[in-house]
Structure formats: C-alpha cells, structure tokens
Ligand binder design. Sequence first.
Ligand code: PRP
Length: 223
Amino acid sequence: MIKYINDERYLTFALAKGRLAEKTMELFKDIGITCSEMEDKGTRKLIFVNEEQHLRFFLAKASDVPTYVEYGAADLGVVGRDTILEEQRNIHEVMDLGFGKCKMCVCGPLEAKELLSKNEIIRVASKYPNIAKDYFANTKQQTVEIIKLNGSVELAPIVGLADVIVDIVETGTTLRENGLDVLETVTDLSARMVVNQVSLRMEHERIRKLINDLNEKRLEGKF
Ligand code: PRP
C-alpha cells in the first residue's frame, strides 16, 4: 500500500476521459490508490482530489493529455500510444498498462493493396496525419498526400476521398461492416503511462514506487 506524508505536494494525473480513465482507476485501486469522488458516474466534475494521499486526478480529452504532461500541469498521464505518437510531445513514456489494446493499420478496399506496393502517389485519409506521414515517408518511402479527418474515417475510401486510410482497428467490425480490410499494420497500440520530464526527477521516489507497485500487479497477472 502507498502511504503519503502530509507535507508532500499533490501528485497530479491527467487521464484520457472515458474507458481509459475508468480502467486506470480500476488498476490503481489494486495498488491502494483510490478517489471516491470519481466513482459518482453522473458527475460533470473534471478534477478530483484524494486529500489523504495527496493525489489529484483530472479528466482531459485524450489528445490533450500529452500537452498537460509536457507543460507540467500534470505530473503523470494515461493515454493511448496512438495519441502519444501523433502529438509528438516532449514526455517520458514509462509503462505499458496493457489495456486498450488495438492496432494502427492502413485499411481500404482489397483492390487498393497494389497501390501500396507501387511507387504511386496515393491519397491517405487519417485522424492521425503525423503517424500516417511518418509511416509512408520512413517505413515505406512512398510519397503520399495526407488528408486530415476528424472521425468516421472509414467513409473516405468508400466515397472516393482517399485511396486508403490509416486508422485504429480494434475488433475489425467497423471495417467489415463497411467492406474494407486491413492492408498493412503500422504499429501495436495500448494505454501507456507518461511522465513529465521534471516530475520524473523531482518526484522520482513516488513515481518509482507507483511503477513498482503496478509491476508487481502485472506479475500477479492482474493486467
Ligand atoms: C475507432 C476507429 C475505428 C473504430 C475501430 O473509432 O477510428 O473507426 O474505432 O474499432 P473496431 O475495429 O472495433 O470496429 P471511434 O469509435 O473512436 O470513432 P471515430 O470514428 O470518431 O474515430
């Protein structure tokens, strides 16, 4: 169990709101980190405090979590690896939390597969333009035109906006129901814990203890 003494500063966590935040708090409960205020599902509050343990949690839009952590507004964050790669913030990734597993893939109609093996300039739609740009430039050395979209990206190849998409595939249902396939895998994704560079030094002991406690649970097969 983690014990905190009274003159410690508050350690602040930025959590990607929604399922990731819920899973994170479930995991934290196993190592004695709790926040009863957060258990009220109907609340619209964004910041929650555990006075006894000197911990503060806030819920942010996933894509903003790396920003809060880079600037030190949060000491730690929990967010998907997709967001970490896309946002390219100066933060330290310290742990794979093992949940929220999915893949970043190049998807499209099967006919589009041949476009990926030729040196052809194709159109790629994605909510993740940086990940898409990096994959095509550095892994495939293929020149592409990236079109940034904000959601329902699967529409793009269907209505002729793009040849392929770079998007998250979890169960594959969205692709299947829209007649699309995974053409290539870009990378594996899951929830990660990230830390502010200064906090990592200043709060080294508390952060190390947190990681050690989580690692013990991992060894016990909790995640
Ligand atoms: C994500 C992703 C895919 C879908 C994949 O979309 O962009 O569309 O989930 O999941 P599946 O493989 O289990 O079907 P999200 O629900 O985040 O909404 P979005 O369309 O706004 O991106």
